[in-house]
Design a binder for this molecule. Structure first.
Ligand SMILES: [Zn+2]
Length: 180
């Protein structure tokens, strides 16, 4: 189950994400998230029939054998209130579980990264949230961003939140995560 943060947005350039990222919430479970090109709306439409592309090898041990390992349900703004099924694979050699997730999203955040960024930039630069937005959720993002910036980048970034957001993004850190 995913978090309840986020709104739909537009596409996002993708120089920021490496192919996979460790899942910080379960460091001992050997779960890796693989960010892949996948259209959320098509996922809704096709469900289990979606033709997931199997990773070429295990990112951990390089084994080329990977087995299907079922699906997990996830929610995205783009899919409204419908859940989508995200494919998992398991490496029989090292036991790692790979969870595929659409590029352009952070874990547990239902909004696209670009949407989160745009909302926060509006608030930081213009002093107000964009129209038709969801201020409670966005206030949460802003609080979380301030905390992440302070904890991970230091006080010198306290007045440079937009820069801090980009910096965290390039580090592969969810800039609006509650967990530090
Ligand atoms: Zn492996």
């Amino acid at each position: 189950m995913e978090g309840k943060d986020g709104r739909e947005g537009q596409g996002f350039g993708e120089p920021f994400f490496s192919f996979w990222q460790a899942q910080p919430a379960h460091p001992t479970n050997k779960v890796l998230i693989l960010f892949v090109e996948v259209c959320v709306k098509t996922l809704v439409k096709l469900g289990r029939a979606y033709p997931w592309e199997k990773p070429k090898q295990c990112p951990k041990c390089q084994s080329v054998r990977l087995w299907g390992h079922g699906y997990v349900e996830a929610y995205f703004d783009e899919a409204a209130s419908q859940s989508v099924l995200l494919k998992r694979y398991r490496c029989p050699e090292c036991g790692v579980v790979l969870r595929l997730r659409p590029k352009g999203y952070w874990q547990r955040i239902q909004a696209r990264i670009e949407t989160v960024r745009q909302n926060l930039l509006d608030r930081i630069e213009k002093g107000r949230w964009p129209p038709n937005s969801n201020p409670p959720r966005q206030r949460h993002w802003l609080r979380a961003l301030k905390r992440q910036v302070r904890m991970r980048l230091g006080m010198s970034y306290a007045e440079r939140l937009a820069e801090g957001f980009s910096e965290l993004l390039s580090l592969g850190v969810c800039a609006v995560s509650r967990a530090v």
